[in-house]
Design a binder for this molecule. Structure first.
Ligand SMILES: O=C(O)CCC(=O)C(=O)O
Length: 294
């Protein structure tokens, strides 16, 4: 694949082998990377947000809720734009230790794309079907990645995210159905060509990290833990010369913020185009709404 960023020297958080592994497989997992104060502050902010969601009766620009969410029994799917709703999330996205990881992989000029906090509630919290990220938000090139932080311990039962190694070097699959409707996942016929059985699952103690390439095929099963939600904080970054081709689905004052280095003189273009998603609409507000149809 063309256009891979050269890792800056010296690296700030990763070993050279880890950067190489990321480029070879399209994913990287790091156990207990976020610790101490940062982890405690993120967990507290998450708890505050879950409490705030009790008053919500239908999904809005902040909370994506399951159909049976109630004040006594909140069932959150996602907090959209966590960076806009709590200063701890904003500070973490702009200056937290994960920014070094993004810089080590993408290079010194680094841009924030978007953030989300997927809750995947206990007792069946929604699956996320196999998909690639880049069809949701195409860019001029593919130096785009997402960093996920487990905000609680995650085990097999809790629907950990699985990423198919090497799939970032394969095709970009159609995320529309055969009638041309946006569905936000890869159809069964295409999935036959993806070795989902080889997926690497992010499990581990709270503070563990996953990094996945924007073309990597990934997804997760429902959370079948009887009592524990699976809060998983995700922030996407790109090399600064890799520009979004469509408006962001959600307006955030952080969209496009340069978090390291400088705004580039020229954009980077990679040859292979990505089919565009529909223009912003209710059905594209969150992957849960697109995939589950509610
Ligand atoms: O929360 C997960 O398990 C997967 C996250 C993801 O793929 C997404 O939100 O696009």
């Amino acid at each position: 694949m063309e256009g891979l960023a050269t890792a800056p020297q010296p690296l700030k958080a990763l070993a050279p082998q880890q950067v190489e592994d990321y480029h070879a497989t399209g994913l990287l997992g790091l156990d207990s990377f976020v610790r101490g104060d940062w982890l405690a502050k993120l967990q507290d902010a998450t708890q505050e947000m879950a409490e705030e969601s009790r008053t919500v009766t239908e999904s809005n620009d902040q909370f994506d809720i399951e159909p049976d969410h109630t004040p006594d029994n909140p069932r959150l799917r996602r907090l959209m734009k966590p960076q806009d709703h709590h200063p701890v999330f904003a500070e973490f996205a702009m200056n937290g230790p994960i920014v070094d990881l993004a810089e080590d992989i993408l290079g010194p000029d680094l841009k924030f794309h978007h953030g989300k906090l997927n809750f995947k509630w206990s007792g069946g919290g929604a699956e996320i079907k196999w998909h690639q990220d880049i069809p949701f938000w195409p860019h001029t090139a593919y130096n785009v990645l997402t960093i996920g932080v487990a905000l609680d311990d995650i085990d097999d039962q809790m629907g950990p995210m699985g990423v198919v190694p090497g799939s970032h070097k394969g095709p970009i699959y159609d995320h529309y159905d055969s009638d041309g409707n946006w569905r936000g996942f890869i159809g069964d016929a295409d999935l036959e060509n993806v070795d989902t059985a080889s997926a690497h699952y992010l499990k581990g103690p709270a503070g563990s990290i996953t990094i996945h390439h924007c073309r990597a095929v990934h997804g997760s099963m429902p959370n079948n833990h009887p009592t524990k939600a699976r809060p998983f904080l995700l922030f996407a970054y790109s090399a600064a010369n890799c520009l979004p081709l469509m408006p962001h689905n959600q307006q955030s004052r952080f969209n496009g913020a340069i978090v390291r280095g400088r705004h580039p003189d020229y954009p980077l273009f990679e040859g292979e185009p990505c089919k565009l998603p529909p223009m912003r609409s209710k059905s594209t507000r969150s992957i849960f709404q697109a995939q589950q149809g509610n």
